[in-house]
Design a protein around this ligand. Sequence first.
Ligand code: PMP
Length: 360
Amino acid sequence: MRVFNFAAGPATMPLEVLEQARAELTDWRGSGMSVMEVSHRGKAFLAVAQGAEADLRELLAIPDDYRVLFLPGGATAQFAAIPMNLAGPGDVADYVNTGAWSKKALAEARRFLKVHVAADEAASKYTTVPGVATLRASPGAAYFHYTANETIGGVEFPYVPDPGGGVPLVADLSSNILSAPLPVARFGLIYAGAQKNIGPAGLAVVIVRAGLLRGARPGTPAVLDYAAQAQEGSMLNTPPTFAWYVAALVFQWLKAQGGLTVIAARNQAKARLLYDTIDASGFYANPVAKDCRSLMNVPFTLKEPELEPTFLTQARAAGLTNLEGHRSVGGMRASLYNAMPLAGVAALVAFMREFERRHG
Ligand code: PMP
C-alpha cells in the first residue's frame, strides 16, 4: 500500500518511475545485470548519462553555453565547491539570508572567502524575502548567492534577483528545481540536491555558464573542481550511477507529463488548495508572507500545539505520512513536490478539515 508521503527529502517519487526501476532492476536492457552492476564507462550507461543531460536541457531550455554536471556530495558539497570554483581567497561574495539553508550556505562559504550579507530577513523571523530594492549587492563581488526556496521555512522567491554589474547570480534550487520553467540564462550557476524533485539523495545537479569555469583555486579537491568534472563528463571518479539512472527516469516522466508548464500549473493548484484551507480555518496557520509562500514546502501550526502528536498519529493512520515540521522548528510541514499528486493534497485537506471539526 502506497501512502501519500509529504516528506521534505528524501521525498516521494513518481510511482511510474519506481515501477519502471523495479521492472528492469534485475535484468537491465537485456544485460542480465541491474544498472547498478554495470560499468559507468560502458556504452549502455553512457547512453543513460547523455539522455539525462539531454532531457534536462530540454526541460529547462538550458542554453548551449552552459555545462550540466551530475555530482556526488549533494547540495552541501556545492556550498564549498562554489566559492572554491568561482572565487579566490581574498574575494567577496554576496549572500542573501532568508533562513536555515541560506545560513548553512553562507557559513560554509565563510571558510573560503569574505561573505557580504546582501539582505537578511531576520527581522521577520525569516517569513519574507527581501524586496528587489532592498538587496545590497556589492560591486565587484565574485558572485551573488541566494536560496530560491527555503525548505524548512517555506519561503520561496517570487522573482529572480538581479545583482547587476555583471556579477554572476548563483542559486540553490534544491527544493524547487523543475517545479516551473526557469530563465536559466539569468543565472551564472544553479545547483540542486536531487532528493526532492530529481531522484535519490547523494546526487547534485549543477548547471553553470561555461565562461565561469576559469579554473578552481589551488587546493581544490579534484572531485569538487567543476572544470575538471566538466572535462570528464562528471566521471572523474565513479559517479552515483543508480541515482543518475533514476534521475534520467524522472526527467522522462516530467517530459511525459507535458513538461514544466504543465507541472507548474499543477503545483499552483496543489499549493492553492492547501493554503486556502489553512487561511480559511481559525485552527491552522502559516506564518509566511503571502507574496513569497513556497509552492513546495508548506509549514503550518495548529492552534493548540498539544494536539500535534494526535494530528500526526491520525494522519499516519489515514495514509498521510511525514507531516512533522523540521526538528529545528517543530509544527507541521507538508512538502508538495512534483511527484505529489493533487489527490494527495485533496486527501490531506479533507483530513485537516475533519480534524478541525472534531478538535477545533
Ligand atoms: N539546500 C536546500 C534548500 C535544502 O533543502 C537541502 C536539503 N534539505 C540542502 C541544501 C542540502 O542538501 P544535501 O543534504 O543534499 O547536501
